[in-house]
Design a protein around this ligand. Structure first.
Ligand code: SF4
Length: 354
């Protein structure tokens, strides 16, 4: 960053003053408890603030400390995570809580190296917990901070690569005023969320516009520089819906599959299954007679887009046992098992349980 010490101090104090006056009142900002900060930081990855708030509050009621989380069952935790998506975050939280319980008697460590060894804690989360909960001088570089700092610095290299992130981290470290790391990191994130937004940043309201290289050269729209990301791979599926009394046939997904160790429906890739009736008959082991198309829905993941066509089958009971992983789930149990959003869409589309 091309700025002398004075202007760096100037930037930091302008930003902190602005933050004091303008920060949003968010539940996790009322706490300095490392456990609460950690939970909020994990939930906020890939999920919007408004969505996180009710989950955060409920999660902390259900699991108020490391010990409660460590001792809970995985299925129960995944169920309370239902709707937040990216379930590996919940599994990692659980495993990390167990490790903290075992190794540190339930007390979250305040050393960078110890935190980084816990599942689900990368550079960003470690920096956020250390600075916000312990006020230690670590940068916390998330997407917002990358954008803000690359604009301030007039950084024109690709910010997706690790080198870029590391350099931005160095710049932030140099700007953190002594003893105010937590506030400073949050102020940068807040500026990125509220003013220095991806498109059309609100520079005229920005407290640090006088120190911003992108603003002074009119390059806000070309910084940060990002190489084109690969677009997600489209996949088309048949999804089988079979009902019996007040229950529906569901499948516990293999742990190696996307959305593994959670509940979905029997599926086939369309391209490989010209005759879904026959192929589902084999997969499910019931006598499927007729099929009826119920409609289509899609779900977008980071690397894949699923287009799912739901088909309902008329079927006959056989003596055969259901194959492993398949089970009749009563409608009133569906709220108590982890069903990821992709399959909630099928439930909604087909009015299952209504
Ligand atoms: S002046 Fe504009 S581009 Fe620069 S930090 Fe502020 S909002 Fe972002």
């Amino acid at each position: 960053l091309n700025m002398n010490k004075n202007s760096g101090q100037n930037l930091s104090s302008l930003l902190l003053d602005w933050y004091q006056e303008n920060k949003r009142d968010l539940p996790w900002r009322r706490s300095k408890d490392p456990y609460s900060i950690w939970i909020s930081e994990i939930m906020l990855q890939q999920t919007r603030v408004e969505t996180v708030i009710p989950y955060y509050t409920r999660f902390l009621q259900d699991y108020p400390n490391v010990r409660a989380l460590a001792e809970a069952g995985e299925e129960e935790i995944l169920t309370s995570w239902k709707g937040l998506g990216y379930y590996s975050r919940a599994r990692n939280l659980h495993r990390a809580a167990q490790m903290i319980q075992e190794k540190y008697q339930g007390i979250i460590p305040n050393a960078y190296e110890d935190l980084r060894l816990l599942p689900g804690i990368g550079d960003y989360t470690a920096g956020a917990v250390l600075s916000i909960a312990f006020n230690l001088s670590f940068p916390a570089v998330d997407g917002n901070v990358l954008r803000v700092v690359s604009r301030i610095a007039g950084w024109e290299e690709d910010i997706r690569d690790a080198m870029g992130r590391e350099k931005i981290g160095h710049i932030v470290s140099g700007l953190i005023p002594p003893g105010r790391a937590g506030e400073f990191n949050q102020a940068l994130m807040e500026l990125g969320a509220e003013l220095c937004i991806p498109k059309n940043p609100l520079c005229t309201d920005c407290p640090i516009r006088s120190c911003c290289s992108a603003m002074s050269t009119g390059r806000q729209s070309c910084i940060p520089v990002k190489k084109q990301a690969k677009s997600p791979v489209p996949l088309e599926y048949w999804v089988a819906v079979l009902r019996r009394d007040k229950s529906v046939l569901m499948q516990y997904r293999d742990q190696t599959a996307l959305l593994g160790r959670m509940w979905g429906f029997p599926m086939l890739i369309k391209m490989l299954s010209a005759e879904p009736l026959n192929e589902f008959t084999q997969q499910i082991g019931l006598e499927l007679r007729e099929m009826r198309r119920l409609g289509e829905t899609k779900h977008v993941f980071t690397h894949q887009v699923w287009r799912m066509e739901a088909i309902e089958f008329i079927w006959e009971e056989t003596q055969n046992e259901l194959p492993k992983g398949l089970a009749w789930i009563p409608f009133d149990k569906m709220d108590h098992i982890p069903i990821p959003r992709a399959f909630q869409k099928i439930i909604k589309l087909c009015d299952i349980g209504v």
